[in-house]
Design a protein around this ligand. Structure first.
Ligand SMILES: [Zn+2]
Length: 398
């Protein structure tokens, strides 16, 4: 939050502008007088701000509504083509990207292989991804309002610095500044699970829900936390490392260097390790080289593959039961590539939640398993820029 907003005219105007824009976005078609009434801003302020927004092409006016007697009221709506944003999810090997309009409709998307792991190489690849999306979508550079980037790791979102990246082994890399200098457009950076949580909050299962958790399973296990309608990030932006909570200190080695983390059982490498053990015990009928093999075996009825998922589901459910007791969320949204295992993992997970959470709290929580698509990550990253546009900074987390 700004330290001293009083007396800072430009800041107040910027705040009012996003408040008005957000009101129009939330209500689709709304009259100026209604915007003034609902935001508490004066009619003169609303008029002056909407004149700017129409000039900037971000909203348009529509003469519609009731025409009984007098003038037809002029209603305001977001112009979806008033600008475009790009979202990019960085993985170990790829940049998965999408270009969307202001209503988060995907115009075009892409998947590019990274040419290396140094910060300079990754920035170079990002520059290429941005320009090829603009070309593919037939969008001019000046129509681009910003680029959002989501990736695993501990990220200082306010400074746009990647503090610690488990996948690239970077420390304190100012990725936002590096890319911004190259593309001359605003860049926003956040942890990939946070970007996904933001997309849930704005466009998905987290809409109008003030207390929810997003849990992603796939290569790792991540969590986004929304409490009282706000993101909870912790003291230095690292909150939500559910994957590295300890299940058994004597357990298998985790990628973080410690032993027995939840991720070491539920993440893809952990599942494949469990599959090797099940194979040794002759439980697993066939060798599972990839996660796709393991899911297929479970679907085909292989008892070993099903047991691997049942164990992972039980451990995941136990951890979620602890979260239910701590946060008392009304929703838990499960997401990520790992959701493809379906009921083999979620059946045992749901049982474990019922078994271990306090009954009154367990009955309050709705478990939602989202339909997964690979573009979801990129879509999440795009929401970072849209949020910047539509949400007033005072309503954002500190
Ligand atoms: Zn760990």
């Amino acid at each position: 939050m700004p330290t001293n907003p009083i007396g800072n005219k430009a800041l107040i105007r910027a705040l009012n502008r996003s408040t008005v824009l957000n009101m129009i976005k939330t209500n689709d078609l709304i009259a100026r007088a209604e915007v003034a009434r609902r935001t508490g801003l004066s009619p003169a302020t609303v008029t002056s701000i909407t004149v700017d927004l129409v000039r900037d092409n971000l909203i348009f006016e529509k003469a519609t509504g009731d025409s009984s007697g007098g003038r037809r009221p002029i209603l305001l709506a977001i112009n979806p083509h008033g600008g475009y944003v790009i979202g990019i999810k960085l993985t170990e090997t790829q940049a998965i990207s999408a270009l969307t309009d202001l209503e988060a409709n995907i115009i075009t998307k892409g998947t590019d292989t990274l040419s290396g792991h140094s910060p300079e190489k990754v920035v170079e690849d990002l520059v290429k991804t941005v320009s090829s999306l603009l070309d593919q979508g037939g969008i001019r550079k000046k129509q681009l309002l910003g680029v959002g980037i989501g990736l695993a790791g501990i990220i200082d979102a306010s400074r746009g610095v990647l503090r610690q990246s488990p996948i690239y082994k970077w420390q304190d890399v100012p990725l936002k500044d590096m890319l911004q200098k190259r593309i001359n457009a605003p860049v926003y950076l956040d942890n990939d699970v946070n970007t996904l949580t933001l997309a849930e909050r704005w466009y998905g299962s987290g809409q109008k829900v003030d207390n929810f958790l997003t849990i992603t399973i796939g290569r790792g296990v991540g969590m986004g936390i929304v409490v009282n309608g706000r993101f909870y990030r912790g003291a230095s932006g690292g909150a939500g490392e559910l994957g590295h909570t300890v299940v058994d200190p004597e357990g298998p080695l985790c990628e973080c260097g410690k032993h027995g983390c939840l991720e070491a059982y539920v993440g893809d490498p952990g599942l494949l390790r469990s599959a090797v053990e099940a194979r040794k015990n002759v439980l697993l009928g066939f060798e599972a080289k990839t996660i796709e093999d393991l899911v297929r075996l479970a679907n085909e009825g292989d008892p070993g593959a099903r047991q691997v998922y049942a164990q992972a589901g039980e451990l995941l459910g136990r951890s979620i039961a602890n979260l239910v007791n701590i946060f008392n969320p009304s929703r838990i949204i499960l997401n990520g590539e790992g959701t493809r295992a379906g009921e083999w993992i979620f059946g045992p997970m749901k049982e474990a939640i019922q078994c271990h959470a306090m009954p009154a709290l367990a009955s309050d929580v709705e478990i939602i398993i989202d339909r997964w698509g690979d573009d979801k990550w990129a879509y999440g990253a795009a929401s970072l820029v849209l949020r910047e546009l539509f949400e007033s900074p005072v309503h954002r987390e500190a």
